[in-house]
Design a protein around this ligand. Structure first.
Ligand SMILES: CC(C)(COP(=O)(O)OP(=O)(O)OC[C@H]1O[C@@H](n2cnc3c(N)ncnc32)[C@H](O)[C@@H]1OP(=O)(O)O)[C@@H](O)C(=O)NCCC(=O)NCCS
Length: 161
């Protein structure tokens, strides 16, 4: 568990592994971003298998992320969602740093649509490099694959905060 006090407003920010009692709130956060509860099963399964982390501010879940090893047995961040009103506060980066620290493979992968420019900027800021592209998943909006290589990234150490 990581705990930090944000300097200006003195709000306690905590990152921790999600537990089943948090599932409803995580699903609500997800719904506020994608407009449906279609990922409830994915979220429930990730929480129950200990692969989901959340960022708490006070009593609210401000962000969540899921990592698995279903991508050629390498770490893969499959979902990363920050509440609209909590963006650009470093919460996404806090989740990514946690996944990098916990990832059992030397390389951590993730992906995003070509249209998702904020996520691309975010990943580049976190030290991820583009390493491939997959057509045919979303019509007209290819999936761009990104990799964080712990060995080569160690030399330039991206600034987290
Ligand atoms: C992409 C996302 C996860 C970023 O989370 P965040 O907590 O706002 O990001 P951070 O505050 O940690 O940002 C770290 C850095 O990434 C870059 N960045 C983040 N959001 C950005 C944006 N919208 N535009 C440009 N750069 C951005 C910046 O360099 C930022 O540093 P700065 O704020 O000091 O300039 C968030 O915008 C989000 O949840 N988007 C919707 C869901 C989504 O598309 N998820 C990915 C696919 S599952």
């Amino acid at each position: 568990m990581h705990c930090a006090r944000r300097k200006k407003r003195k709000v306690e920010v905590i990152i921790k592994k999600a537990i089943p009692s948090m599932i409803d709130d995580i699903v609500k956060l997800d719904e506020s971003v994608i407009g449906s509860q279609s990922r409830e099963c994915v979220i429930r399964h990730a929480v129950e298998s200990g692969r989901c982390y959340i960022v708490n501010t006070g009593h609210n879940i401000a962000a969540y992320g899921i990592m698995d090893y279903n991508f050629y047995e390498k770490g893969f961040i499959s979902l990363l969602i920050v509440d609209q009103k909590h963006r650009r506060k470093g919460f996404g980066k806090l989740l990514v740093k946690t996944f990098i620290d916990q990832c059992k493979s030397d390389k951590l992968f993730t992906s995003t649509n070509r249209s998702n420019l904020p996520m691309q900027k975010f990943l580049e800021n976190c030290g991820f490099k583009r390493c491939g592209i997959i057509d045919e998943l979303d019509e007209g909006d290819p999936e761009i694959i990104y990799c964080y290589n712990k060995k080569s990234a160690a030399s330039y150490k991206p600034k987290w905060f």
